[in-house]
Design a protein around this ligand. Structure first.
Ligand code: NAG
Ligand code: NAG
Ligand code: NAG
Ligand code: NAG
Ligand code: NAG
Length: 549
C-alpha cells in the first residue's frame, strides 16, 4: 500500500477560514505525494484508470449509455497549476463575491419574475479566476416566512457563475440570497484523482467461521493485485462483483458476516472536503419582492408567466411545494396517513437515509408496530405491521458496498429483491442508494443503477400499477465522518446519474437534494426531522394522489 503521512490532526473547534486553508493545504500535500509533476485534470476524456476495480459486463447499448452519462457529468477542466503552485492560487471565498443583477423592472421584482445573481471568483492573491469548476450552491430564502428555494448555478467557465432563482412566494417584503463555495475547483481535481487512485480507501471485512476457528479478511470491488487468492462472491443473477481475500485456513463458503472494515488510505485528505464557506455579497444580498398588485406589471400571475426554473420545488412556511409532478398534500394527522396507507405493502430498500423514513413512520403511526426479527437495527431486514389497517412496511439495506454489519445470508441486491416482489396497485417500492458509493469510481454506481433499472422495468412490466419511488442523494454535513467517505461534489454527480438512468421510466423521485439545499437547517447525510416530514408528505402524495385530502 502506498504510504500516506498523517499530516495533521483535527483541531476542534476551528474557525471556518483556518479550516478551509488547512484543508486545501492537505489536498495539495496529497497531490505532492501522488505525483509532483502533473495535477489532475478533469475532462470528459479523462483517463479513468479502473485497472484494479472489477466492473460488471455491459451490453453494447449500455456501454454507449454509460459513455453518454460520463460525458454529461464531466466536470469543467481545471488547468494544472504550474510550479510554484500554492494554495494562494486556489479559489478563495473571502476574496470572491456575488452581486444581484438588476432586472428589466429597474430593480423592482414581482412574484413570478426571476432573480439573477452573478458570482465572481478570486484566488487568495485577489486575482480573478480565469476558469470554472468551483462547486457552488445557492439558496434564496425568507427566514421570517420559513421559505426557501435552491438556485440553478451556471458555470461560465471563466471564473464567473450565474445563479437563477424563481421568485415564488408572496407575503414577505424581502428575499435574501446566500451562496456557498462547497469546494474550489482545484480541490475537485484532486478529489477526482483520489476516487480513481484510492477506490479502496475504505475497506470492508468479512468474518469467516467454522467451529471454533475465526478469520477476518478484507473485501471490496477494487482489490489491488496481491499474492493472496480471492473468494469471488460475484452475484450470479445481477453480475454485481464482490470479492474477499480468501482466509488462510477456512474456505470461501465459511463467510458469515459482512462488516465495515478499516480505512486504508489517506483519510486525512478527506477531512474538511465539504468546506462549505459562505461567499459574501459585494452589494445588497436582499431584494424586495412585490406582489402582483403592488407591482406595476399587468401580468396575471399564472403558471404560464411564472418564471419556469429547473427547481423541483420550494419551501413556504416550512412546507415543501412541488413545482413538478404531483402536488404535495399535507398528511398532518395519524388518520390522514392511515387512510393513505390502508391495505398497502411498502417495501423500502437502501441505506440509512431510506431507513429514516421507516423510522419516521413508526414514530408517527401508533398502530404500526415493529416486529422483532432479531436483526441488526442498521441493516435489517426490518418489518412493521398495522394489523387493523392491513399495512405492511419493510426495510432492507442494499447489497455491498455497504458499511453496515450484515449477515452474509441477508446481503441482498435491490435488483434481486425487486424480482421477488409480485407488485400491483397496493405495492409501493421505495429505494435510495447513494451514501455508501462515494469512495468508488462513478462507473460502479452507474452500473449498479442500470442493474436496478432492469429489475424495475421487469416489475413494471408484470405489474404496471406498482408505485416506484426513488430518493435522490442530498448534501451532507461539512464535518465528521461523512466527509471522509465522499464529498458533495460526488453526490451532485450521483444525483445527475440517477436522474438520467431513470428518465422516461414510470418512477417518482423524492428530490432530497433540493429539499435539503432549499431548507435553512444544516446539511446532514441524515436530514433533520422537519425535512423528513416534508419528504414523507411528498411520498404519501405520490401514494395517494388519487385521494382528495
Ligand atoms: C492504472 O493503475 C495501475 C495500478 O495503480 C497502474 O499499474 C497502471 O499503470 C495504470 N494505468 C494507467 C493507464 O495509468
Ligand atoms: C500566500 O499568501 C500569503 C499572504 O500574502 C503569504 O503570507 C503566504 O506565504 C503565501 N503562501 C504561499 C504558499 O505562497
Ligand atoms: C464570462 O462569461 C460570461 C458568459 O459568456 C460573460 O457574460 C462574462 O462577461 C464573462 N466574464 C469574464 C470576466 O470574462
Ligand atoms: C470467534 O468469534 C466468536 C463470535 O465473534 C467468538 O465468540 C469466539 O470466541 C471466536 N473464537 C475464536 C477462536 O476467536
Ligand atoms: C399541516 O401542517 C402545516 C405545517 O405545520 C400547516 O401549514 C398546514 O396548514 C397543515 N395542513 C392541514 C391540512 O392541517
Amino acid at each position: 500500500f502506498r504510504p500516506f503521512r498523517l499530516l495533521s490532526v483535527s483541531v476542534w473547534p476551528f474557525r471556518k477560514q483556518q479550516y478551509y486553508t488547512e484543508t486545501i493545504l492537505w489536498l495539495f500535500q496529497f497531490q505532492d505525494e501522488v505525483d509532483p509533476i502533473t495535477t489532475a485534470r478533469v475532462t470528459s476524456k479523462h483517463q479513468r484508470n479502473l485497472s484494479f476495480c472489477s466492473l460488471q459486463h455491459l451490453s453494447p447499448e449500455e456501454a454507449v449509455e454509460e459513455n453518454f452519462i460520463l460525458n454529461s457529468i464531466a466536470w469543467p477542466e481545471t488547468p494544472p497549476l504550474l510550479p510554484p503552485r500554492s494554495i494562494n492560487d486556489t479559489s478563495d471565498p473571502a476574496h470572491s463575491s456575488f452581486i444581484i443583477l438588476p432586472n428589466e423592472g429597474g430593480g423592482q421584482w414581482i412574484i413570478g419574475d426571476r432573480l439573477e445573481v452573478r458570482i465572481t471568483m478570486f484566488d487568495h492573491h485577489g486575482h480573478s479566476k480565469k476558469y470554472g469548476g468551483d462547486v457552488l450552491t445557492a439558496r434564496l430564502h425568507s427566514p421570517a416566512l420559513d421559505a426557501g428555494v435552491a438556485g440553478q448555478v451556471l458555470d461560465h467557465l471563466n471564473g464567473t457563475y450565474s445563479v437563477v432563482f424563481p421568485l415564488l412566494w408572496e407575503g414577505s417584503a424581502q428575499v435574501e440570497v446566500s451562496v456557498t463555495l462547497v469546494h474550489p475547483s482545484e480541490a475537485v481535481a484532486v478529489l477526482h484523482r483520489l476516487i480513481y487512485d484510492q477506490p479502496d480507501r475504505i475497506a470492508y471485512n468479512a468474518l469467516f467461521r467454522s467451529g471454533s476457528v475465526n478469520e477476518t479478511t478484507i473485501c471490496g470491488i477494487c482489490m489491488r493485485p496481491t499474492q493472496h487468492p480471492l473468494c469471488d462472491y460475484t452475484d450470479v443473477r445481477t453480475g454485481e462483483p464482490w470479492f474477499c481475500y480468501k482466509p488462510k485456513t477456512l474456505s470461501c463458503d465459511h463467510r458469515i458476516t459482512h462488516t465495515a472494515g478499516p480505512k486504508l488510505y489517506c483519510l486525512s485528505c478527506f477531512r474538511g472536503v465539504n468546506l462549505k464557506v459562505f461567499i459574501g455579497a459585494s452589494g445588497p444580498a436582499q431584494v424586495t419582492v412585490l406582489s402582483k398588485k403592488e407591482g406595476k406589471s399587468k401580468l396575471e400571475l399564472t403558471l404560464t408567466n411564472l418564471y419556469v426554473s429547473g427547481a423541483a420545488g420550494y419551501y413556504y412556511k416550512g412546507v415543501w411545494q412541488s413545482l413538478r409532478d404531483t402536488p404535495v398534500h399535507q398528511f398532518n394527522t395519524t388518520s390522514a396517513i392511515t387512510e393513505c396507507l390502508r391495505h398497502k405493502e411498502i417495501h423500502m430498500y437502501g441505506d440509512s437515509t431510506v431507513r429514516q423514513w421507516f423510522e419516521y413512520l413508526l414514530k408517527v403511526q401508533p398502530d404500526l408496530h415493529q416486529f422483532d426479527l432479531h436483526n441488526p437495527a442498521q441493516s435489517g431486514p426490518l418489518l412493521a405491521l398495522d394489523y387493523k389497517n392491513n399495512i405492511k412496511v419493510t426495510f432492507r439495506c442494499h447489497g455491498p458496498p455497504i458499511r453496515f454489519t450484515v449477515s452474509s445470508s441477508e446481503m441482498r441486491y435491490i435488483a434481486n429483491e425487486l424480482d421477488g416482489v409480485a407488485g400491483g396497485a397496493n405495492t409501493v417500492i421505495i429505494f435510495g442508494i447513494w451514501a455508501h458509493y462515494g469512495t468508488f469510481p462513478i462507473e460502479i454506481y452507474i452500473r449498479r443503477l442500470m442493474t436496478i433499472r432492469k429489475a424495475v422495468l421487469r416489475l413494471l412490466a408484470r405489474a404496471p400499477d406498482t408505485l416506484v419511488i426513488i430518493r435522490t442523494p442530498n448534501p451532507k454535513s461539512s464535518h465528521g465522518f461523512e466527509e471522509f467517505s465522499a464529498s458533495d461534489w460526488y453526490s451532485i454527480q450521483q444525483d445527475r446519474v440517477l436522474r438520467t438512468i431513470f428518465k422516461g421510466i414510470n418512477v417518482h423521485l423524492v428530490d432530497a437534494w433540493e429539499m435539503t439545499l432549499a431548507h435553512w437547517l444544516p446539511h446532514n447525510t441524515h436530514p433533520e426531522p422537519p425535512i423528513i416530514k416534508n419528504m414523507m408528505n411528498v411520498k404519501l402524495s405520490y401514494i395517494c394522489s388519487g385521494n382528495s385530502n
